[in-house]
Design a protein around this ligand. Structure first.
Ligand code: ATP
Ligand code: MG
Length: 431
C-alpha cells in the first residue's frame, strides 16, 4: 500500500467552525449535531497531569509521539488536546483503504504502546444532546450479551441531565431493548459515557495504557543491548520514564556468527513499538576481546570486556547527545554483577549508568519480557560475545587498579573510540 501524504493538525479547543464567512453565506461545516456519530480514540493522560508549568511543552511532545506512532498507517489523524484527555479523530480514512471504524481501531491499537497514556478508549463522538447520547449508548450495548453497567460522568456540568440520571435512563433503555441484566459490581460489559465541553463520548472498550512519561521528556540515553533477556526489559523501563533510547550491541564477530545481531535487531524492533525512530548500532567486538585476553586479563576478562563496552558506549553517547548509559544489570544475578564489580564498572566512564533492573528477581524480569513481547526473541539460541574467551573462574571482587593496569596496556580509551567509529547503524523501526 502506498502511504498517503498526511496532513496533521493539532487543535486546542478550537471555536466551532460553523459558518463560512468568505462565501458570505451560512454554510454548515460540521455535520448537523443529531447526525454526529464519529468513531474516535479517547486518551487519558498519565503522570503528565501532575506537571505544572511545563505541562504544555510535555503535551506537545506527547502529540508528536502520537503522530509518530501512526505515521506508517497512512491515516490522517487529528489530535485534539482537551482538559485532561486527548481526542484523536481520523479523516479521509477511505483514501488509505479503511473505513472510519477500522482506521480508529488501528489508531487505538497503536496508542496502547505510546508512553505517557494511562488509558486508551475506542469511542464514538456524538452530539451533546441527551437523546443523542442516550441513543448512542444504547446502540453500543447491542450484541454485548451478559450483564452490564453504565458509568456516566460530566466534564461539563451544564449538561441538562446529571451523571446519575443519564446512567439510570440508559440502563433502563438497554434492559428494555435487549433484556440484559444490570450488574454494578462485576458487569460483563460497561458502557461509559463522558459529557465533554463540545460533545459526548460513548464507549465500551478501554485498555490500560503503558503509563510512564512521553518519550523524549527525560532526554536521551544509549542502551547496551545484548541478545539476552534483561537488557531489552531495562530499555523498556527507561523508555517508559521518558528517555528516548538508542541501542548498541556488541557482537563477537568476526569470531562468532551474526546470530546475536539478528536477535538485537529483532529486540530493537520490538522496543521501537514504544518510541518509534529507533537506532541500533552494532559493534564487531571479537578482535577487541582477543586483544584483552592476550594482555593477560585472566579472571578479569569479563569485567574488562564490560568496561570496554561502557567506554565505547560513552564515546558513542557523546555523538548521539545521550546523557546516560543503560544496562540490564541486576544485583548478584551473575558473578559479573556483584557490588564490587558494579563499582568497578561505574569507574570506567563518567557518564551515569542507569540500571533499572538492579533490584528485580529473574522471574520478575522474565514476566515483564513476556509482557512486552521480547522474551521469545531473547530465548533464541546465539553465541553471545561474552561466552567467548570466558575464564574458568570469573573474578567477583574486581579491583579497579588491576583493571586500569590491563587497560593501559592496550590504550583502552583509544580502542573504545575506534570501536565507536566502526559501529554500523540500523533502523529497525516500522517506517
Ligand atoms: P542480558 O540478559 O541483558 O544479556 P545478563 O544477565 O546476561 O544480561 P550480563 O551478560 O552480565 O548479564 O550483561 C549485563 C549487561 O551488560 C547487559 O544487561 C547489557 O546491558 C550489557 N551487555 C552484556 N553483553 C552485551 C553485548 N554483547 N552487547 C551489548 N551490551 C551487553
Ligand atoms: Mg547477557
Amino acid at each position: 500500500m502506498q502511504p498517503l501524504r498526511m496532513r496533521w493538525q493539532t487543535d486546542v479547543m478550537p471555536a466551532p467552525p460553523v459558518t463560512s464567512a468568505a462565501a458570505g453565506s451560512v454554510a454548515p461545516v460540521l455535520p448537523a449535531p443529531h447526525a454526529l456519530h464519529e468513531p474516535c480514540v479517547l486518551l487519558k493522560l498519565g503522570e503528565i497531569v501532575l506537571k505544572g508549568r511545563n505541562r504544555q511543552q510535555f503535551e506537545r511532545l506527547l502529540h508528536d509521539n502520537i503522530r509518530r506512532a501512526v505515521r506508517d498507517l497512512g491515516i490522517e489523524v487529528r489530535v485534539w488536546q482537551r482538559e485532561g484527555v486527548i481526542v484523536l479523530r481520523v479523516a479521509n480514512a477511505e483514501r488509505g483503504g479503511y473505513t472510519d471504524e477500522t482506521a480508529a481501531d488501528l489508531v487505538g491499537d497503536r496508542m496502547r504502546n505510546v508512553m505517557g497514556l494511562a488509558r486508551v478508549c475506542r469511542a464514538v463522538r456524538v452530539a451533546k444532546e441527551p437523546e443523542a447520547a442516550i441513543g448512542a449508548a444504547v446502540a453500543l450495548a447491542a450484541g454485548h450479551e451478559g450483564s452490564f453497567a453504565v458509568r456516566a460522568r460530566r466534564r461539563d456540568k451544564r449538561f441538562p441531565l446529571t451523571s446519575a440520571e443519564l446512567a439510570v435512563e440508559i440502563g433502563a433503555r438497554i434492559q428494555r431493548e435487549y433484556g440484559y441484566p444490570v450488574d454494578l459490581t462485576a458487569p460483563d460489559t460497561t458502557v461509559f459515557l463522558e459529557v465533554d465541553q463540545r460533545e459526548v463520548f460513548v464507549f465500551t472498550q478501554g485498555w490500560p495504557g503503558q503509563g510512564g512519561l512521553p518519550v523524549g521528556m527525560s532526554g536521551r540515553a544509549l542502551v547496551l543491548m545484548s541478545g539476552g533477556i534483561d537488557s531489552p526489559v531495562a530499555a523498556y523501563r527507561m523508555i517508559r520514564r521518558g528517555l528516548r533510547c538508542s541501542f548498541v550491541h556488541f557482537s563477537g564477530m568476526p569470531l562468532t556468527g551474526p546470530e546475536s545481531v539478528y536477535k538485537a535487531y529483532g529486540l530493537a524492533r520490538q522496543l521501537d513499538r514504544f518510541q518509534s525512530d529507533s537506532r541500533l548500532f552494532v559493534v564487531p567486538f571479537g578482535n577487541a576481546q582477543r586483544r584483552l585476553a592476550s594482555t593477560g586479563a585472566g579472571r578479569l576478562q569479563i569485567v574488562a570486556q564490560r568496561r570496554l563496552m561502557l567506554k565505547t558506549g560513552a564515546a558513542m553517547a557523546r555523538k548521539l547527545r545521550a546523557a546516560a548509559l543503560v544496562t540490564g544489570d541486576s544485583l548478584g544475578q551473575v558473578s559479573s554483577q556483584t557490588l564490587a564489580n558494579i563499582t568497578a564498572l561505574d569507574d570506567a566512564v563518567s557518564l551515569p549508568i542507569l540500571r533499572p533492573l538492579i533490584g528485580l528477581d529473574k522471574a520478575e524480569i522474565i514476566g515483564e519480557a513476556r509482557r512486552i513481547a521480547t522474551l521469545d526473541i531473547s530465548e533464541l539460541p546465539d553465541e553471545d560475545c561474552c561466552s567467548l574467551l570466558t575464564p574458568r573462574q570469573v573474578e567477583t571482587k574486581a579491583r579497579i587498579a588491576d583493571l586500569r593496569r590491563i587497560e593501559a596496556r592496550l590504550d583502552a580509551d583509544d580502542l573504545a573510540e575506534e570501536l565507536a567509529a566502526i559501529a554500523q547503524e540500523h533502523t529497525p523501526g516500522r517506517s
